[in-house]
Design a protein around this ligand. Structure first.
Ligand code: TRP
Length: 437
């Protein structure tokens, strides 16, 4: 039985701050929801290499990594269902960054918004154009493209400010493929128009750089206080109020269902007092965030649990990244010297037959599977499952997650105690890579 190729969705969040409501609405919540859609394989990661571009405070990077990871987990991300990892645990990403650097025009990077904004700032103050511009800032789009292309992501949920980066990643994939063959999938930005940009306390986009944020998992009282600080106009209680251009209304909108939002808009028209409107907003947000707060507090006080989840995620991610990087290295000519030079140009060699799973029922009434290589050699034997569905799910995990699934399924497999045999690991790596394409 073959299922259609799942859509791969990937997004990253830079580890420089403490998550705020804008991050939750614009990124975390959308990501968690997307990860639950059937037919989707999700990759979420902590972009700590990107953080180094903006932040030279080591303690802050570490703290932010913990807080962001804990936030995503508290918001319901299930690390068993998705691949959740830290960028700097995947050495293949900087490796791919270099390959992409070599197919990216400098002129393309000159046009990146973040870099251009710095040049404009310097021009405005009469400073040298390159003042405070690191090569890291200039290269930001290439590292981001490597994040995405490493896992051949189809869709990348991001804010509007990141669309240009996704377009650059597409261009890099196209340049690479043009030179070296069809290896990389051009990604698409996925923008949720309802909630893509959340206004902050002062009505501008909620952003650390404007110092106008509402913390996602601060103490309850702090959230209330911050919401009471949202800027409004000076209309008195009883005077009708406009929802248009109201940060308070827009934030409410991001949390409310259509009918709730309509009721809130009516209350505006009816002249609700700003203090009451803020209290309603607080209660509405708290209804969604409140239940997650305890989990968050547990995780930030038990960093070893978060670390273990990230390490497991890195194993899963590298089961894909390592073999794919080997293919890409070969494609560009970083090869063992005895490999034939003409291989890449020659017609692709017929693929060796893949190892296959067989599912069957034994006389004991239980359901089993085994994995055999093309020659019929058994590489893996399962123990008995109660239902064919359970056996099928275990097979699916091995097919998509590769060798990383062995540890998770350990008890249900006949495996040598010390270590999985190399032939088995290789076979699972190949299957996982095949499942990606
Ligand atoms: N640049 C993104 C941001 O600032 C973070 C990021 C890094 C990212 N790598 C990525 C997002 C890859 C999506 C995909 O929000």
């Amino acid at each position: 039985m073959t299922s259609p190729t799942p859509t791969r969705v990937l997004t990253g969040i830079t580890t420089t701050g403490t998550p705020h409501l804008g991050n939750y609405v614009g990124s975390i919540r959308a990501a968690v929801r997307a990860s639950r859609r059937p037919g989707v394989r999700s990759f979420y990661f902590l972009a700590d290499y990107h953080a180094l571009i903006k932040c030279d405070d080591p303690a802050r990077i570490q703290r932010s990594t913990l807080e962001i990871a804990a936030s995503w987990l508290a918001a319901g991300l299930d690390p068993e269902q998705v691949t959740f990892y830290r960028q700097s645990d995947i050495p293949e990403i900087p490796e791919l960054t270099w390959l992409l650097t070599c197919v990216t025009g400098k002129g393309v990077l000159n046009r990146a918004h973040a870099y251009k904004a710095m040049l404009d700032r310097n021009a405005a103050t009469g400073a040298d154009p390159d003042t405070d511009v690191t090569a890291g800032l200039f290269m930001y789009p290439v590292l981001m493209a490597a994040d995405i292309l490493m896992f051949n992501a189809h869709q990348v949920p991001v804010g509007r400010d990141q669309i240009q980066h996704i377009e650059m990643a597409r261009d890099m994939a196209a340049s690479f493929n043009h030179l070296y063959g069809e290896h990389l999938v051009p990604p698409e930005a996925l923008i949720d128009d309802n909630v893509a940009l959340l206004p902050g306390l002062d009505g501008r986009k909620m952003s650390k750089s404007y110092d106008n944020t509402i913390a996602l998992f601060g103490p309850r009282e702090q959230m209330r206080r911050q919401i009471m600080g949202i800027v409004t106009d000076s209309r008195a209680p009883g005077e009708p109020k406009a929802t248009e251009g109201s940060a308070l209304y827009q934030i409410y909108r991001a949390f409310a269902a259509d009918d709730e939002a309509a009721a809130f808009a009516r209350a505006f028209a009816d002249g609700i007092a700003w203090g009451d409107a803020k209290q309603q907003l607080f209660e509405r947000i708290e209804r969604e965030i409140g239940p997650m707060r305890a989990r968050y507090e547990h995780l930030v006080t038990h960093p070893e649990e978060v670390e273990a989840a990230l390490q497991a995620g890195a194993r899963k991610a590298r089961a894909i990244a390592a073999p794919f990087m080997r293919t890409l290295r070969h494609a560009v000519g970083l090869r063992p010297l005895e490999a034939p030079a003409a291989l890449a140009q020659a017609a692709p060699a017929p693929k060796a037959a893949l190892p296959t799973f067989k599912q069957y029922r034994e006389k004991d009434g239980r359901f089993y599977f085994k994995l055999a290589d093309a020659g019929g050699q058994v590489l893996l034997q399962s123990k008995g499952f109660d239902s064919p569905r359970d056996a099928g799910q275990a097979v699916k995990r091995l097919q998509t997650e590769g060798p990383a699934a062995l540890a998770a399924l350990g008890g249900q497999l006949e495996l040598p105690a010390e270590q999985a045999p190399p032939a088995l690991v290789q076979a699972l790596e190949r299957l996982a890579q095949e499942a990606m394409v």
